[in-house]
Design a protein around this ligand. Structure first.
Ligand code: GYE
Length: 342
């Protein structure tokens, strides 16, 4: 709560004959969190916003100041500066892209406000500009997906087939794009697959569809589409089907995706998405755990990666190996889908 408001409340309560001490105590208990969210571009993002809002609720002892940046970094810079002015207790930032944060984070540091980065990372010259980060290992997600594709093609007797892959990328410069694209590019080199086109779909269904339409017009040999999130996959599937081609295990094109949102896994159940690699959006409780530790004066981990699963249409590939570590692949069923938290 703003100091000015506290003073005003104190004055009012004194006039009303209330105990100033009680007002102070109530104010002290409420933790004010300013959250700068990327936008509302995808189902993943909606689940993430919902997780943050339900965690940082009034009932749980928080005042959440939520700002939707509509995928624009300049809006996030303004939001953070407003949070500093409002003297929030914590700033939580889900950064749209990795770069361009040094100045504003220095301003938060100078104001003595801890900053917790969530989901995508920031690339800053000085790590002390933020207190902690929690999110996914996006490159590992890409590597797991590609190891799955290699094992799947082998198992289907397609190991020697010419693979012509297109990559519908996420927002350029976002950690989720950088990591997933890297995972793909390294694997394509290793396995000898052709990346015939690569373009951003901005993590949205509309852009995913538009990009896929134009890629299909330019290339008639595409047999794998690597979508960097579920919403792009929905758009890509629509574009493929509208062009008279088929998706699925016996179709013309295999569609791969990330996020494992409810709608994404519903498409995995039907085979439209052949393999969906999880990216868990339920960061609210994780951020809260960090804040609670900080409130108690405890140390927090600087970077914490979330454990994530993989789901596929069938059980052709039961597990994949990346850097000598095995990761299970689960065949999606309606029962599993019904129990998912997002
Ligand atoms: O994959 C996508 C969202 O940064 C992990 O952003 C997040 C990504 C997620 O728009 O759906």
């Amino acid at each position: 709560m703003k100091k000015k408001m506290v003073t005003a409340l104190l004055a009012v309560s004194m006039l009303a004959g209330l105990s100033a001490v009680n007002v102070m105590a109530a104010d002290d208990d409420t933790i004010t969190v300013g959250f700068s969210q990327v936008g509302a571009e995808s189902d993943w993002r909606t689940a993430n916003t919902e997780s943050m809002k339900s965690t940082f609720s009034e009932d749980n002892g928080y005042e959440l100041i939520f700002d939707d940046a509509q995928q624009k970094q300049e809006n996030q810079l303004t939001a953070i500066r407003n949070f500093i002015q409002q003297e929030v207790d914590y700033i939580v930032l889900a950064p749209v892209t990795e770069t361009g944060w040094d100045t504003v984070l220095q301003e938060a540091k100078d104001a003595g406000i801890p900053v917790i980065i969530v989901d995508r990372m920031v690339d800053v010259s000085d790590d002390s500009l933020y207190t902690a980060w929690v999110g996914s290992n996006f490159k590992l997600e890409g590597q797991k997906a590609m190891a799955w594709l290699d094992a799947y093609l082998e198992a289907k007797g397609r190991g020697d087939e010419e693979i012509n892959l297109v990559d519908i990328q996420g927002t350029i410069g976002a950690s989720a794009q950088i990591g997933r694209t890297e995972g793909l590019e390294e694997a394509a080199k290793e396995y000898g697959w052709n990346i015939v086109a690569q373009q951003t779909g901005e993590f949205t269904q509309a852009k995913g569809q538009e990009v896929m339409e134009s890629m299909l017009k330019q290339h008639d040999n595409i047999n794998v589409v690597y979508c960097e999130n579920d919403n792009e996959a929905f758009g890509a599937i629509d574009a493929i089907e509208a062009a008279g081609k088929t998706v699925g295990p016996d179709g013309d094109i295999l569609v791969m995706s990330f996020d494992t949102t409810n709608a994404g896994l519903t498409d995995t159940l039907s085979g439209k998405i052949i393999c969906d690699t999880e990216c868990n959006p339920l960061h609210g409780p994780r951020v809260e755990e960090i804040i609670k530790k900080l409130e108690d004066g405890k140390d927090v981990e600087k970077k914490a990666y979330v454990e994530e699963e993989m789901f596929a249409y069938d059980d052709t590939v039961k597990s994949v190996k990346v850097d000598d570590k095995d990761y299970d692949v689960t065949k999606i069923t309606q029962e599993i889908l019904d129990k998912r938290a997002y």
